[in-house]
Design a protein around this ligand. Structure first.
Ligand SMILES: [Zn+2]
Length: 161
């Protein structure tokens, strides 16, 4: 069991906070099997509000699949309460926005996709349908009379001790 944090870094233009629509946001991850080293090109969707029943006991998990190569059953969970916001103060550095509890697998790539929420500074306007598929997003805040945006989104994984 390994805890892995997903960190993001971005430039925010007139945006106070950027966060996911947790618990319904779907993290798109590429996963690597730690038993055989197989890492598939397929994206897997992991959503905190969706769980799978494990075969043993009453336990539930957010991701459960057999590795196509070695057949081992691997699972992954979003740690409850680990979600965090990326704020203006966090700019130019990586910040952990969620922690995964990994059993037999590790995430190797992340696609931010849709389902982000951005809150504008001063006006407080909330943009509910921020699409970060292109790793950037731009809109206009009529109250601020300024364009708002998220640019140069990067991500990385870190092991949490
Ligand atoms: Zn495997």
């Amino acid at each position: 069991m390994v805890k892995i944090g997903l960190q993001i870094k971005a430039n925010l233009e007139h945006i106070e906070e950027l966060y996911t629509s947790h618990p319904d946001y779907t993290f798109s991850l590429k996963l690597k099997c730690l038993n055989c080293g197989e890492s598939s090109e397929k994206w897997h969707g992991i959503t905190e509000s969706e769980t799978f029943q494990t075969k043993i006991g009453k336990s539930e998990t957010h991701y459960l699949a057999k590795c196509k190569l070695c057949g081992r059953e691997n699972s992954l969970d979003i740690i409850e309460g680990s979600n965090d916001k990326y704020t203006k103060e966090d700019q130019e550095r990586f910040k952990t926005i969620v922690i995964f509890d990994c059993r037999g697998i590790e995430p190797v790539d992340f696609s931010p996709g849709e389902g982000w929420i951005a809150k504008a500074e001063e006006s407080g306007k909330v943009f509910n349908d921020v699409d970060l598929n292109e790793k950037e997003w731009v809109d206009y805040d009529e109250k601020l009379k300024e364009s708002v945006g998220v640019y140069d989104l990067e991500s990385q994984f870190i092991k949490i001790k």
